[in-house]
Ligand binder design. Structure first.
Ligand SMILES: *[C@@H]1O[C@H](CO)[C@@H](O)[C@H](O)[C@H]1NC(C)=O
Ligand SMILES: *[C@@H]1O[C@H](CO)[C@@H](O)[C@H](O)[C@H]1NC(C)=O
Length: 298
């Protein structure tokens, strides 16, 4: 390999790095050691040319199969090696997205992961369908993508045309791992005992956006201060897309229902950039709430 191609290779690998912090601090790396130190979100074990790609799907302007009605779309996701007719398509993960209602330009929340082996001819195949309650689902179009092209040419944000109109958008995500602890939680127990706290973790687009739940911790019995052992993964992180986290701390109460101890909403980008523990004052109707929830990178 020439110095130049090593440089280009490293630059491309850098572009799929989950964030700048994942680069080695040593900037004086020689070309030789740089090419043997592959840096990736999560290098798959064994080979240097394997990378774990994570992505979500969206579509734009899907065709309508019925007059005056929008599709109820979902997308099926497959892969294979090479373009030969005999190779079978294998589903990726669950093999398809959720189904959304009445939406020609859906954004799906399902995160897919795929181990990319550079230069081995991996292909993806996507089929858009519209769900029908009675009868077969309608085919809305399909498209194949060469995975090398997706990674190397497009920096993992790719829009391609479906066969029957409309387009598919593949968007890279970079999983973020966190853990949680709470301090000074208010006592909600009728008999003055400490709460049995647990946390519901949601994300949304925009501060006022709609919540999507991505994790619920177990409850901790009788704790004013709680440390959850969980390593929580938010796999849908997309830098620069105005994503927020919403953490709701609740008191588990099997008789009268769960009470809210407080909640907090904050933007994810600055947290990921700083990679430092963030202490959040819990908001609730109780103005004297001294409770905090700390989110730490894990
Ligand atoms: C790839 O990343 C996803 C999301 O973080 C993870 O669930 C999966 O186990 C990883 N796969 C491999 C082979 O590392
Ligand atoms: C939140 O959901 C409601 C009901 O589905 C919808 O009308 C509204 O536009 C959504 N808001 C945002 C910011 O996406």
């Amino acid at each position: 390999m020439t110095k130049f191609s090593v440089f280009v290779g490293v630059a491309l690998l850098g572009s799929i790095c989950w964030c700048a912090n994942a680069w080695p601090a040593n900037t004086k790396t020689t070309a030789k050691s740089a090419s043997s130190t592959t840096v990736a979100p999560t290098p798959a074990p064994g080979t240097q040319n394997s990378f774990n790609l994570t992505f979500v799907l969206a579509a734009k302007d899907l065709p309508a199969k019925k007059k005056n009605s929008l599709p109820d779309p979902y997308i099926k996701v497959f892969h294979r090696i090479g373009t030969t007719q005999t190779a079978d398509w294998t589903p990726i993960g669950a093999g398809q997205t959720d189904t959304l209602d009445d939406n020609a330009s859906p954004q799906f929340n399902n995160v897919f992961w795929f181990v990319w082996n550079k230069g081995t001819g991996q292909q993806w195949h996507f089929e858009a369908k519209s769900h029908n309650t009675i009868g077969k689902d309608d085919a809305l179009g399909q498209v194949d993508v060469n995975v090398d092209d997706y990674v190397l040419k497009n920096n993992q944000d790719l829009t391609v045309k479906f066969s029957d109109g409309g387009s598919l958008i593949i968007k890279k995500t970079t999983p973020v791992r966190i853990s949680l602890y709470a301090r000074n939680l208010p006592k909600m127990d009728t008999f003055g005992g400490a709460s049995d706290p647990f946390v519901e973790c949601y994300w949304r687009v925009g501060r006022e956006g709609n919540d999507t739940l991505f994790y619920t911790t177990a409850k901790q019995d009788d704790k004013e201060n709680a440390d959850w052992p969980d390593i929580i993964e938010f796999s849908n992180y997309q830098k620069g897309t105005d994503q927020y986290w919403h953490f709701k701390v609740l008191d588990h109460d099997s008789t009268s229902g769960n009470d809210i101890l407080g909640d907090t909403v904050f933007e994810i980008d600055p947290f990921v950039t700083k990679r430092a523990a963030k202490v959040n004052r819990l908001q609730s109707e109780n103005k004297d709430n001294k409770g905090t929830l700390t989110v730490t990178p894990a």
